[in-house]
Design a protein around this ligand. Structure first.
Ligand code: IVH
Length: 665
């Protein structure tokens, strides 16, 4: 294929992929399968790379790029204001009166939209191409998060029928409730912290430096404003229609109202149905529709005078707290739960509410038997807002948080800096199933055929009580299980046996150590190369590894300091699972047994290159100088490590000396 042919194919692929994105996200349809989409995307990426055909508006940009260190600050040519809030119909009437008084007539209409509960974003298109995506920041300056924004498939990277050379688009990034819940479920399973609500998840995601991760998160976008150089002379309703025509996502819940009475009716209607939308909304925005009146009404320092937000009241109910129970999460975190006298709230009967943690119970002084107010506000699970009868002399005693796991009686622990108590017994029954599933999952030991239903049966039938038992399962035990024929039983036995061939880093990940995801597991395996070395590593040596901070180091140490966990590891080793990283091709062994620390800026090598070079020759690199260090490789501007090495009498070498050592092997 020559460059011309490549360009032709690239153009074709882009067109197909753009159409697929549009259909999928705007029209909820698809003409091609996910698999086909992925294949076409890969073909596009390969061709663009090979023939240097990358462009900023290519759909290949959707997958994210290299991580950045910092976001650039960008000024907003037109400030991103906020809205004044109103909380009842009287205040909305008050707004209407102010508008009419200011204008001196009533010859205008309102545009009413939902208020999406996410994160405000500004987009800039030049000649139809998306050139900038930015956060609101302080309203006049925000962060340039273009790389992250490009991964949001709702947002067109190019607009075919652009209406102006420069278009500024404003809108809200958000997550749908279901996608949010699913993402949290997966995070919990992987031992990652969960997000409190879709809004936090959206903001947290869009501020990540690694756009490849952003690309995996379910961020969506609604457009609500459109500015072009000079005055567009378009009413809000026309702007939204125009945006929709250009391929931008615009929420279908929008309506023009001729009078404030109509606005009131719409507010009530939407308030009633707000729980049925797939996304969260915290109110309604009422905007003067006609552009010319907006200019006339102007704005205060913070908010326009032509619009107002009506905030929905968080739905609340009062009921009795019958009991407090503890829930053991999939990875051992303990959540206290309020067992309530059933009560109707936001269209559903609520029997339980989250009490979050011990501090929260103490802060609100929540006791068994109390009358409490509960609320659903942005959160999926109802919350206990407050206790109503604190003065009641017959109240029960303050709640004492149990010291033991309700499921397995293991002593609960609370790591410094964490709010949650946790049960660290990885054989604790409620944790068992999810730990086994994690062990077998695709990125871990990839045991095909060990889905949720099978794990459930294996545990219920007492065939396994932790993941190590998998390796003792026999064909005869599996065949009688439901939905299991001889063939699938044999397949399962085979895939369990095959999993023994998985590399050490996957075994590490499979153990389900808190905060040890696939990347951390890989880094640990590379840095310590064997389970024995890892078990011996101090917290300090752990934090010396690039991706490992104190929190992860502490969690790893905590896991490996537990005799029960070590027994499981031993058992896995006994079954033949990899406990050592595969030997890399060694360039030599002249540095065998020597421990190095690298500091300062080296003349030629980057630090990680020097590290790789030392390791290829059998040496080890750690992060801090101690009496176990043999040599300090020091470059320019070496600081405290150099001083410490001098004090301890450790050999200090330059990069040149290192090269010499390697040449004389
Ligand atoms: S119009 C001049 N329309 O609410 C400000 N804002 O408190 C014009 N928001 O930061 C904003 N849905 O991110 C507008 N339909 C909607 C909205 C909306 C959500 C957010 C927006 C802004 C905040 C204002």
């Amino acid at each position: 294929m020559d460059k011309n042919q490549a360009l032709q194919r690239v153009t074709e692929l882009r067109k197909t992929l753009r159409r697929a994105d549009y259909l999928y996200y705007q029209e909820a349809q698809s003409e091609i399968s996910d698999k086909e989409y992925d294949q076409l995307m890969q073909e596009l990426i390969n061709l663009e790379e090979k023939f240097e055909l990358e462009t900023p508006d290519s759909p290949s940009q959707r997958v994210g790029g290299a991580p950045t260190k910092n976001f650039e600050t960008v000024s907003h040519p037109v400030p991103m204001l906020s809205l004044s809030n109103t909380y009842n119909h009287d205040e909305v009437d008050e707004f209407d009166r102010r508008v009419r008084e200011s204008l001196g007539h009533s010859d205008f209409t309102y545009m009413v939209e939902l208020k999406y509960d996410g994160m405000a974003i500004r987009l800039r298109y030049e000649n139809g191409t998306l050139v900038l995506g930015a956060t609101r920041g302080d309203g006049s300056k925000g962060d340039d998060i273009t790389n992250n924004i490009k991964t949001v498939k709702d947002i067109p990277l190019r607009v075919e029928q652009t209406v102006a050379e420069i278009m500024e688009i404003r809108g809200e990034a958000y997550m749908e409730r279901d996608a949010f819940a699913e993402m949290n479920r997966k995070r919990e399973e992987a031992g990652d912290a969960t997000f409190a609500n879709p809004r936090n998840a959206t903001a947290g995601t869009l501020k990540l430096q690694d756009s490849k991760i952003v690309a995996t998160r379910p961020i969506r976008f609604f457009t609500y404003d459109f500015l072009i150089d000079g005055n567009s002379k378009m009413a809000q309703s026309e702007k939204l229609d125009m945006l929709e025509k250009m391929g931008f996502p615009v929420c279908e819940h929008r309506q023009k109202c001729d009078s404030i009475e109509e606005v009131h009716q719409l507010i009530d209607k939407w308030d009633q149905s707000r729980n049925s939308y797939p996304f969260e909304t915290d109110g309604v925005v009422v905007k003067v529709n006609e552009d010319r009146f907006r200019d006339e009404l102007g704005q205060t320092a913070k908010a326009p005078r032509w619009a107002v937000a009506y905030k929905f009241e968080a739905e609340r109910a009062v009921t009795r707290l019958n009991d407090i129970t503890l829930q053991v999460g999939r990875l051992g975190s303990i959540t206290p739960v309020a067992e309530l006298e059933p009560v109707l709230l936001a269209g559903t009967t609520v029997k339980r509410a989250s009490l979050h943690n011990q501090d929260e119970i103490e802060r609100k002084d929540i006791r068994i038997g109390d009358q409490v107010t509960i609320e659903k506000a942005g959160e999926i699970i109802p919350q206990v807002v407050e206790v109503l009868d604190k003065e009641n002399p017959t109240r029960s005693q303050p709640y004492v948080f149990p010291k033991e796991c309700p499921a397995c009686s293991e002593k609960l622990v609370r790591l410094p800096g964490e709010v949650a108590w946790r049960c660290v017994n990885i054989q604790c029954p409620p944790q068992m199933r999810s730990r086994i599933q994690h062990f077998a999952s695709r990125d871990a030991l990839d045991i095909d055929g060990l889905g949720e239903a099978i794990v459930d049966q294996l545990v219920t039938e007492n065939l396994i009580s932790d993941f190590t038992d998998l390796y003792e399962l026999e064909l005869e035990q599996l065949i009688p299980l439901e939905r299991m024929g001889e063939k699938s039983a044999q397949n399962l036995i085979d895939s369990i046996a095959n999993s023994k061939r998985q590399p050490f880093d996957r075994v590490l990940y499979a153990l389900g150590i808190r905060f040890v995801g696939t990347t951390v597991a890989r880094d640990l395996a590379r840095a310590f190369s064997s389970m024995t070395a890892l078990i011996e590593a101090s917290e300090e040596e752990l934090t010396a590894v690039d991706s490992i901070g104190p929190k992860i180091a502490e969690s790893v140490r905590f896991f490996l300091d537990d005799a029960k966990n070590l027994r499981l590891v031993e058992r896995l080793k006994g079954f033949g699972l990899a406990m050592e990283a595969e030997e890399k091709e060694k360039a030599g062994d002249s540095l065998e047994g020597k421990t190095f620390v690298i500091t300062g800026t080296l003349p030629i090598l980057k630090r990680n290159e020097a590290k790789a070079l030392i390791e290829e020759h059998g040496g080890k690199v750690t992060g801090s100088v101690s009496k176990n260090t043999d040599m300090l490789l020091a470059g320019e501007e070496a600081g405290s490590k150099l001083q410490k090495a001098e004090k301890l009498g450790i050999a200090i070498i330059s990069e040149e000396m290192l090269f010499e050592m390697l040449n004389h092997q």
